[in-house]
Design a protein around this ligand. Structure first.
Ligand code: SAH
Ligand code: F3S
Length: 442
């Protein structure tokens, strides 16, 4: 029997991508198989997130449980990766000496080597450096497990928003070589992938020289759209400041690019945006959305919001609500500000109490939820272009598909042959978290 790996992933899509790549590397170099039961694992990896508070606590409490497993099975190897690993470093081994290896988001390709280091050798199995290009160069050939796949095009972030740990935990922005990206998209398409999502912490700040000119995200979208089999293209997460003219124009020329945009705004108050160091205004944000809507009137926009940022007054919060009501955001994320160690915002005065912050979050979330439900209801009766992604979780006689705005639609059909295709589905009903539809045949 080969080595069994259990991996637990916290946080964002980049972390999910990193966990998949860690698995691919370990399969290639160490012949591991995956288990979803930590009790039977030979290697347990925690791919951690530190974007908001309590993340470290969660990791230490998980480690406490793993300690018991190690007492039963002394050969068990325990590793901590991801952003908490970068932030805490050696502290993890001090607090939890039974941890065998520590690696960061940019050194996951070194996990096979770190696993070889024996504790008795006196060498610490820790690597939390940022050799991003080396990571990209060491990734094994991509493998797909369905019709939809992420493709990482850049890593890290150099924006340094005053509240955010990402630039410190993932390092500064590094773009991936275009040839590696096109090769990955083509290989995925050969394996039957029809939807790709370009991902990066700041995916639209991508910039790389290629054939004597500078390629940007808009060029990657345009070129990928000519790769046989690619029927849908998404990208996430983008920053308003990098929504350049070429990226807006590409909505005209590339029909495979979906009419859905995730564009984090964080706040509707220019004073707060300034203090967050976001470097744009609410007016610029609205202008971007309206320019894309002129090209694609059906565009749906989702966003990220932080409430209760230090110094946020009731008036600032009202401005956020005005923006939300104006744009009518679709399925969005919202959080209470969480002070992160080492970030400049922790030094700001924060007089608003937590009860008030929670109240603001409740108001924001109920409005965002209402828009989400309204959008779903407004789709009833529409014929939507949907990518068939697999068998429905609700019934084996139904297939599951996704609309352009990424809603799940279940529809009656019991032949697998449709998976990976784009089909027209008539939306019959809108439930809280999914839609119900029927295959539309002309
Ligand atoms: N690159 C993205 C953000 C990635 S982090 C961007 O351009 O905005 C994902 C989301 O987590 C952020 O958009 C923000 O809304 C939230 N977030 C980040 N740091 C936070 C903090 N300290 N407290 C609360 N929410 C935070
Ligand atoms: Fe964080 Fe701002 Fe970058 S939110 S990931 S520092 S754009």
């Amino acid at each position: 029997m080969g080595t069994k790996l259990y991996i637990k992933t916290f946080g964002c899509q980049m972390n999910e991508y990193d966990s998949d790549k860690t698995i691919d590397i370990l399969k290639e170099k160490k012949d591991v198989s995956i288990t979803d039961n930590p009790e039977e694992a030979d290697i347990v990896l925690l791919n951690t997130c530190s974007i908001r508070e309590k993340a470290e606590d969660k990791v230490y409490s998980d480690l406490g449980r793993l300690r018991k497993l190690k007492e039963k099975n002394p050969n068990l190897k325990i590793g901590v990766g991801g952003c908490v690993a970068t932030q805490e470093g050696e502290n993890i081994m001090k607090r939890a000496p039974y941890v065998d290896l520590i690696y960061g988001p940019q050194t996951l390709h070194k996990v096979p080597d770190l696993l070889e280091i024996k504790k008795e050798s006196g060498i610490k199995a820790i690597d939390i450096t940022f050799p991003i290009e080396e990571k990209f160069d060491s990734l094994p050939a991509p493998s797909s497990s369905g019709p939809s796949s992420f493709v990482s095009i850049m890593e890290g972030c150099s924006k340094y928003c005053s509240f955010c740990v990402v630039p410190y935990t993932r390092g500064e922005e590094v773009s991936r070589k275009p040839i590696q990206i096109f090769d990955e998209v083509a290989r995925l398409a050969e394996q039957g992938v029809s939807e790709i999502t370009f991902i990066g912490q700041n995916v639209n700040s991508y910039i790389m020289p290629f054939n004597g000119r500078l390629l940007r995200l808009s060029d990657l979208i345009e070129i990928a759209s000519h790769i046989d089999g690619i029927k849908r293209i998404r990208y996430t997460t983008s920053h308003p400041l990098d929504m350049t003219d070429d990226l807006i124009e590409v909505y005209k020329s590339v029909p495979q690019l979906v009419s859905q945009l995730h564009l984090p705004v964080q706040s509707g108050s220019n004073d707060i945006l300034k203090s967050m160091k976001r470097n744009y205004t609410v007016e610029l944000f609205i202008d971007i959305v309206e320019r894309i809507k002129n090209i694609r009137p059906e565009l749906r926009v989702s966003s990220d919001f932080i409430v209760g940022f230090p110094g946020e007054t009731n008036i600032d919060f009202k401005k956020t609500m005005e923006l939300v009501n104006y744009i009518k955001f679709d399925s969005s994320f919202s959080f209470i500000y969480s002070p992160r160690p080492g970030t400049p915002a922790t030094k700001l005065d924060d007089p608003t109490d937590m009860t008030e912050k929670k109240e603001r979050l409740k108001i924001l979330q109920s409005t965002l939820n209402r828009f989400h439900q309204n959008h779903s209801k407004s789709m009833i009766g529409n014929i939507e272009r949907c990518l068939v992604t697999g068998i429905s979780k609700k019934s084996p006689d139904q297939l599951q598909a996704r609309t352009e705005c990424n809603r799940v639609v279940n529809f009656d059909f019991n032949k697998m042959g449709l998976i990976g295709n784009i089909v027209d589905i008539k939306v019959e009903n809108a439930l809280a978290n999914s839609l119900l539809g029927s295959l539309h045949v002309i």
